[in-house]
Design a protein around this ligand. Structure first.
Ligand SMILES: [Zn+2]
Length: 195
């Protein structure tokens, strides 16, 4: 029998290959090779980890619920598509700008002012971070001023990158830097431990 180069997909397992295909199409940079550490960019990793180790005002589980609700509202077929598209499904437009820090509000609460980046993965993470700022602002307004911190914002950023319902697919995620995925995994363990 001739060698079959493209075997048929097994029945009942259509979802995962579709996700894998979408992930491959969305892959902005090649997968890290064995000569590079998987979680490259140690300074960014340490910086975000330090943010997460700051004071949280909200229970981890509530922040994870918020990310889950945003993904339900966005209703994307695949959770790891472009964060710009994800934000758009929620009514937010990402605007590249050079004005400085994060959490900046401008003419409209539905415009996310995201610092430019030459690197698409870092840009994607910045879009999710600004989306987290915007969603928590909206959340605070709906709850009469209940406060949150920048640790909460970073937690939500990572949970928006990989919502709870997609944690089992985290190895397919290619839309944010690897260090962010590593931190998301750590957060997931922290949520389970706090339950
Ligand atoms: Zn911020």
């Amino acid at each position: 029998m001739a060698f079959r180069r493209h075997p048929k997909r097994p029945r009942g397992d259509a979802t995962l290959p579709l996700f894998a295909e979408l992930a491959a199409n969305n892959q902005a940079t090649p997968r890290p090779c064995r000569h590079r550490p998987r979680h490259a960019d140690p300074s960014a990793y340490k910086q975000v980890r330090a943010e997460l180790e700051g004071e949280w005002k909200l229970p981890l589980r509530d922040v994870e619920d918020l990310a889950e609700a945003a993904h339900r509202e966005g209703a994307l077929e695949f959770p790891f598509l472009s964060p710009v598209l994800f934000a758009a499904t929620l009514g937010y437009a990402a605007d590249p700008y050079d004005g400085g820090g994060c959490g900046v509000t401008g003419l409209s609460p539905y415009i996310l002012h995201c610092r430019r980046s030459a690197d698409v993965l870092r840009w994607n993470l910045r879009v999710l971070h600004e989306l987290a700022h915007a969603l928590l602002r909206r959340w605070r307004e709906a709850r009469e001023g209940r406060e949150y911190t920048h640790a909460d914002v970073w937690g939500l950023t990572l949970m928006l990158a990989v919502p709870r319902s997609a944690l089992k697919l985290i190895d397919l995620a290619r839309h944010v830097p690897q260090y962010a995925l590593k931190l998301r995994g750590q957060l997931a363990r922290a949520v389970r431990a706090a339950a």
